[in-house]
Each structure stands twice: as structure tokens, then as C-alpha cells.
Design a protein. Sequence first.
Length: 204
Amino acid sequence: MIGAIRIKRLGRVEYQPTWQAMQEFTATRGKDTPDEIWLLEHPPVFTLGMAGKREHLLADIGIPVVAIDRGGQITYHGPGQVVLYLLLDLKRRSYGIKELVRRMEQAIIDLLAEYRIQAQRQAGAPGVYVAGAKIAALGLRVRNGCTYHGLSLNVALDLTPFQAINPCGYAGMPVTQLTELGAKVTPQQAGEALLAGLIDLLEA
């Protein structure tokens, strides 16, 4: 536990039961339930947000597609990618969803800066980008003032599955990752560093 936020390090876990556990946690939490962040990675899976269009899946490459209840279009999760799920009660915080997204993006930008990688936001396209290539995706759901889902950061994974989709609904959008940009870091190291930086920004 860091500060008022409980940390769960789940390792590599299947997507569907993890999503269902987030939903159950959010549905049953009370006004005094501590916030949680789950640090994990998933086996290969495509997830399709509520507004997602199936045509953004360009080819069936044998990876399951799960239609879920976050915002956004289609994205890919796989081993070597850091995933953080934020189960937060925004009613207890002094900021709303837009500021939460800004702080999530800033935590990623700050982490990349530690590896001398200059990253940016992109207007109208939540996430973090390096020279126009997407390195991190964000997607949240808010229910009764409480969030779930979160962010994913590409660290050291097989990027080939991204060629089978229009990432986050953008045709031809390039995708990159920390190791391709010269960072000598493991997903575990990047995950812990991102977690620490994110908590600092969430609690500021």
C-alpha cells in the first residue's frame, strides 16, 4: 500500500476475469473502500471499446477480441506491455475525469523523459506519442463517480498484432515501445517506476 491507494501486483492474468473483477469491485465498493491500482500484463488480446467499430479489426490473426465497457476503439494487450488499472473514487478527489486523464498521461511522459525520450499528448486522441507513434493507450469507465480500466504502456512486446488493427481507430497509426527507442528496461522495472510516478501525481 502506498499512501491511500492499495497496490495489487497480479502478474500475467487473463483479460476477461480481470475485467469482471474490476466491474465487481466497482459495483460493490462503499464510500470508505480504499482506492486500488492493479499492475499486471495480459496474454494476447484485442479489446474493443463501447464506441468501437469492428471494421477497425483488419484481419483475424487468431487473437481473441473482447467487447468491453471502456471508452475508445480497439487496442491490443500482450506480454511485455505494462497495464495499470485505476480503481479510484473521484468523489473523494479534488479533480474530475479530464484531470485524471491528464495526470495519467503526464506520468507516462515523465517516465519516458527519464530515458531521454521526448513524448507528447495528441489533441483529440488520448494516449502518449513519440514522434507521432503511439506508445501508451488510455481508456476509462466511470460508474457512480468511480473509475476502472486504465492505461497500457508498450515496453518490450511483439508489436506485430498492431498491424491487424487500426490502433484506437486510426488507420495507419504507427506504434512504438520503450525498447525500440533505446531504453534498457524490463516491463517489470518500467511498471514499478510508472506506478510510483503515477501515485505521486494522483495524490498531489
